[in-house]
Design a protein around this ligand. Structure first.
Ligand SMILES: [Zn+2]
Length: 342
């Protein structure tokens, strides 16, 4: 099947009461890890590429790898999503290439660093919604600013500086017509999210629940939601790495989010840790190896294991064949007739 609409995937997830992991990719091995995990667990898939990933892979490579994924895994509904589009132009170029979903992150200015105004955010996001929905493409917006900086994107603030205001979230969804909404509740991009296990003071799940109560029909998105498990950190450090102690978002908090409207969960760091740990292990244990496959295969397996575990924990496992995918043309017609609304 061709790449599918993210809106449909999230609507189905809402019906089924589960969440869908959105995993970042830069290369063939990462795409293969995710698709193998999806086949093993029978999960629908969201694969996302940031601007950094598009630059790294000269995104046509990435796009054609994704087409290969749909040919090799025809039974798995698969979305290709743009992570943190910084401007309507970036979103437009992704849509033209064939991404089936885009994020317009108007919470920051196009430099990807400076927090913007509410008015700017509404205007930029509404523009993208208009352009994307005309082609049946899904749009994720963001209100409030995430912490940290990753791939050169982020305000570099701690996760609590610009939490999402629930009233503003309601106004934003109404004014823009987004399909999904990323909210800031204390999470950050990167490996160093929390300096100790997060509490209600640092990870504001109560804020998320409040937003869900006001927007019960909006698909919420948790960014920066790797769990940064200690066993993955330990493997890296055991084989010569130097990670400082750090904490991510506990899986049970994500599961609480899923009970309260979270349908998309962004995970990147956990996969990076798994890959790096596996490669370090081969380098330390078999220094005579020099065939890249000798370390890329274990790296691919390590990432697949993490992704399959998250797919099971988020509840998407077993749901790949629940529904027939709707074409983007059909989605465009539905947006036009407003049978699909925010
Ligand atoms: Zn993000």
């Amino acid at each position: 099947m061709p790449l599918v609409s993210m809106r449909q995937l999230l609507d189905e997830a809402a019906k089924g009461g589960y969440g869908v992991g959105a995993f970042n990719v830069n290369n063939m091995e990462q795409i293969q890890s995710i698709m193998e995990a999806a086949r093993e667990t029978q999960s629908p898939v969201i694969i996302q590429a940031s601007r950094g990933a598009r630059a790294y892979s000269q995104d046509r490579f990435l796009y054609h790898l994704m087409l290969a994924a749909t040919e090799i895994y025809p039974e798995i509904p698969t979305v290709l999503h743009l992570d943190h589009g910084n401007s309507p132009e970036t979103c437009q170029s992704a849509i033209e290439m064939g991404f089936t979903s885009v994020m317009m992150d108007g919470s920051l200015m196009p430099d990807g660093k400076t927090p913007s105004t509410f008015e700017y955010n509404v205007e930029a996001t509404r523009k993208v919604v208009e352009m994307a929905h005309a082609k049946g493409v899904t749009v994720e917006g963001e209100i409030g600013c995430l912490g940290g900086i990753e791939d050169g994107h982020g305000a570099g603030l701690d996760g609590l500086s610009h939490l999402t205001d629930p009233e503003q979230a309601v106004e934003f969804v109404k004014a823009t017509g987004v399909d999904a909404l990323a909210i800031a509740i204390g999470t950050s991009h990167g490996a160093y999210k929390f300096t100790s296990k997060p509490t209600g003071e640092t990870l504001k799940m109560d804020r998320l629940i409040e937003i869900h109560k006001k927007l019960p029909n909006t698909h919420l998105v948790m960014h920066g939601s790797s769990s940064v498990p200690k066993d993955l950190q330990d493997i890296i450090n055991q084989y010569g790495g130097k990670l400082k102690p750090t904490w991510g978002v506990p899986v049970e908090e994500i599961q609480l989010g899923i009970k309260n409207g979270v349908r998309k969960i962004n995970v990147d760091t956990d996969n990076r840790l798994a890959i790096t740990g596996a490669i370090r292990k081969v380098f330390m244990e078999k220094p005579e190896e020099f065939d890249p496959r000798s370390y890329l295969k274990p790296a691919r397996d390590a990432m697949k294991k993490v992704v399959a575990l998250r797919m099971t924990q988020f509840g998407q496992a077993g749901h790949a064949k629940d529904y027939a995918p709707t074409s983007l043309d059909e989605m465009a017609k539905r947006y036009q007739s407003e049978t699909v609304t925010a």
